[in-house]
Design a protein around this ligand. Structure first.
Ligand code: AMP
Length: 302
């Protein structure tokens, strides 16, 4: 099986209360591709400028990410800059420069046509719709978004959600989208709009899966030294979708396992800036932490 992802490929400037990094590799599709490559074959659709570093391309190649659909065009790569608060669940966007993303028109290469899992990473909903129209009948569509699109492009976002099987949203985004403060009710409301599953990401507090049967909850894996939370949501999605594609089935059991793999992978990503932790990560480390998840959540009922 294989996964197709469309999203941003970026150079980020990140400030935490303790450190700052400029022009660090990032972007929703970049984080997702490297994360999901631990589980399955990934095909990337995106755009970069002529300033995009060679070693970033080499990193994608090293992780066997198919970059036939990554366009390199004249101009500057998309840039985003954010600053985290002392509570690192909170951050402010300082600057967004669309650059080559402004004129981006996604083209799905012929070799990408048979896609089982289509991941619409955070990018303009109009581009997400464009990709949806070009990929014939993917088995599962998984979508991520951000508050900006709820503010500015709501109609198209709803069109994407209608065609989505698994919707990923942060707690603040789903509250904003539904106008409902209770997350369980908000999740159920979104289920009525199309998706069979809604996964609500709660930063370091974990993730909640809501479906017609009820809820499943995964805590965030306790990490002592959180260096940079950027991309945690994309890497959560990578563990989730990567694992589902690897097992090739979406059932109650595999979805719960996938949520834990998502939380596991995200917990590694926050341990260093940018994609630095994923660069050294091994499947052995992922499996070990996945097993520890069971240990920290199990208890005797009597
Ligand atoms: P996350 O921390 O999971 O929300 O993802 C952070 C990534 O989202 C960063 O690497 C940014 O480059 C990327 N990003 C931020 N704003 C946008 C945007 N408007 N469109 C696409 N990607 C974005």
């Amino acid at each position: 099986m294989s996964i197709l992802v469309v999203g941003s490929v970026a150079l980020d400037t990140i400030e935490t209360p303790f450190a700052k990094r400029e022009d660090a590799l990032g972007g929703s599709a970049m984080y997702f591709s490297i994360g999901a490559s631990f589980f399955s074959d990934v095909r990337l659709v995106g755009v970069v400028g002529t300033d995009f570093p060679e070693d970033a391309i080499a990193l994608l190649r090293k992780h066997n990410v198919d970059i036939t659909g990554l366009q390199q065009v004249e101009g500057k790569t998309f840039r985003w800059s954010g600053r985290y608060h002392m509570d690192m669940n909170r951050r402010d966007t300082l600057d967004t420069q669309l650059n080559v993303l402004e004129e981006f028109s996604p083209v799905i290469p012929d070799t990408y046509q048979s896609t089982d899992f289509l991941f619409l990473a955070n990018i303009h909903p109009t581009l997400q719709l464009d990709v949806l129209s070009q990929v014939p009948e993917p088995e599962y569509v998984i979508t991520d978004t951000m508050n900006l699109w709820i503010d500015t492009t709501l109609d198209d976002l709803w069109k994407v959600i209608k065609q989505t099987d698994i919707m990923l949203m942060s707690d603040s985004e789903i509250r904003q989208l539904t106008g409902e403060t209770n997350l369980l009710i908000a999740g159920k409301q979104l289920l009525e709009k199309g998706p069979g599953y809604v996964i609500i990401k709660k930063g370091e507090h974990g993730a909640m899966l809501v479906d017609a049967e009820g809820v499943f909850f995964a805590p965030g894996f306790p990490v002592e030294d959180i260096v940079d939370p950027t991309g945690a949501g994309d890497v959560f999605a990578a563990g989730l979708v990567g694992y589902l594609d690897k097992v090739g089935a979406v059932t109650d059991k595999t979805l719960r396992q996938a949520v834990i793999y998502g939380s596991t992978l995200a917990s590694f990503n926050v341990e260093d800036f940018s994609l630095d932790r994923l660069k050294t990560l091994t499947m052995g480390e992922i499996k070990e932490r996945y097993r520890m998840f069971k240990q920290i959540t199990q208890f005797e009922s009597e």
